[in-house]
Design a protein around this ligand. Structure first.
Ligand code: NAD
Ligand code: TYD
Length: 378
């Protein structure tokens, strides 16, 4: 391998940019921040800035010479062509998506458009761009598709965790649209030799997560003394991973992952939703000793279940650990404490995004879900 090739394969010090899609969202912005913190090369961040995209997340690196923000839609083929020709990235890390299951139930159209058509448009543009590269740059190029464990469907309590060969069985419009996008990526690898890799990750939590998702929603509501809406019986299980651990996994896969492979990413932290919410309440009791809403558990409210609600997700991440020596650095306890502390230290960030359109969403999703009972968890 030439010195030039080595330089490009190693993110540290590389002058070739990577193109990140959806970098103003929750995981994307954490990834971009981690990328710069690790001293890696330039980033082009392409984001449409839907309700979920927030450039404020990236304020700390926005003026760095290596950072470029482009507002645009991954469904716009002409824009993608021009962007790739202009910036000539050495990789595409594809986060951009509609990502919230409840929104996909109330309005699936945007999910099919962005997650399926958008990924298709991006793959087509990447293929044409790849063909324009010289042999060395083509050998270095990677397309990293960031996906979810929800494509595998749901597990019974005693089932083994999802592994890379688990058949796809998506149950929500969100999961179906992500499954379709994974299949498109796979087809582009096999048919057109696109050097792509897919990751399927479990539920993330951490700073900058939009407060429509379980953990930040519960923190935001508890702080304001609002009900904490637990769907159904609260016994659904999710496998929680701290977002920075996911970002580190993605960087390892980008650098050293094998083309055409899938890597499952997960935290080995299975918790019922009820456990998550009660743990959050205990943390909030400790961190907000003056709160008039203590004990926060009294706010817990059971509401109508999500239609088609998957009962359990769990990830077997052994392949990633074995091949790329990755393992999560945060336990659920340390990660959750960091997360609550971050949200309490950044109440203005939450307050700014929970005004306006957010209120409309809350009314749409929770307005018709009358409290089934308002009993405390224990
Ligand atoms: P998010 O909703 O917080 O962010 C999505 C970002 O994509 C936003 O910045 C939004 O503006 C942008 N976007 C949406 N449509 C776009 C379009 N048409 N063109 C360009 N940009 C567009 O999502 P997230 O939680 O950060 O998830 C990122 C990716 O990771 C998604 O692909 C999701 O499926 C996957 N994932 C998420 C989780 C999780 O727990 N959040 C777990 C596993 C995988
Ligand atoms: P969510 O954060 O929406 O992630 P996902 O649906 O991708 O797993 O939800 C996590 C779990 O929390 C899921 O089982 C649904 C449940 N949940 C509630 O009980 N109440 C809520 O208000 C929300 C948003 C989620």
């Amino acid at each position: 391998m030439s010195a030039e090739q080595k330089r490009k394969r190693t993110p540290n010090g590389s002058s070739s940019p990577i193109l990140v899609t959806g970098g103003a969202g929750f995981i994307g912005s954490n990834f971009v921040l981690e990328w710069f913190a690790a001293g890696n090369g330039p980033v082009i961040n392409l984001d449409k800035l839907t309700y979920a995209g927030n450039p404020e997340n990236l304020a700390s690196i926005a003026n760095l010479p290596g950072y470029t923000f482009v507002r645009g839609d991954i469904c716009d083929a002409e824009m993608l062509k021009n962007l790739l020709e202009r910036y000539r990235p050495r990789a595409i890390v594809h986060f951009a998506a509609e990502s919230h299951v409840d929104r996909s139930i109330l309005g699936p159209e945007a999910f099919l458009r962005t997650n399926i058509d958008g990924t298709f448009t991006l793959l087509r543009a990447a293929k044409v761009y790849l063909e324009s590269l010289d042999e060395n740059d083509r050998a270095d190029f990677r397309f990293l598709h960031v996906s979810t464990d929800e494509v595998y469907g749901t597990l019974a309590p005693e089932d083994p965790a999802f592994h890379e060969q688990t058949p796809y069985a998506p149950n929500s419009p969100y999961a179906a649209s992500k499954a379709a996008s994974d299949h498109l990526v796979r087809a582009w690898v096999h048919t057109y030799n696109l050097p792509a890799i897919i990751t399927n990750c479990s539920n993330n939590y951490g700073p900058y997560q939009f407060p429509e998702k379980l953990i930040p929603l519960m923190i935001a509501n508890a702080r304001r003394g609002k009900p904490l809406p637990v769907y159904g019986d609260g016994q659904q299980v999710r496998d929680w991973l701290y977002v920075a651990d996911h970002c580190r996994a993605l960087m390892s896969v980008l650098e050293r992952g094998r083309i055409g492979e899938t890597y499952n990413v997960g935290g080995c932290n299975q918790r019922t939703n009820l456990e998550v919410v009660t743990t959050l309440c205990t943390l909030l009791d400790e961190l907000l000793p003056e709160s008039e809403f203590r004990p926060h558990k009294q706010l817990l409210t059971y509401v109508a279940d999500r239609p088609g609600h998957d009962r359990r997700y769990a990830i077997n991440a052994e392949k990633l650990q074995r091949e790329l020596d990755w393992s999560p650095q945060e336990s659920f306890e340390t990660g959750l404490r960091k997360t609550v502390e971050w949200y309490l230290a950044n109440t203005e960030w939450v307050d700014r995004i929970t005004s306006g359109a957010y209120q409309h969403w809350v009314e749409q999703n929770y307005g018709s879900r009358e409290a089934v009972s308002a009993r405390s968890a224990q």
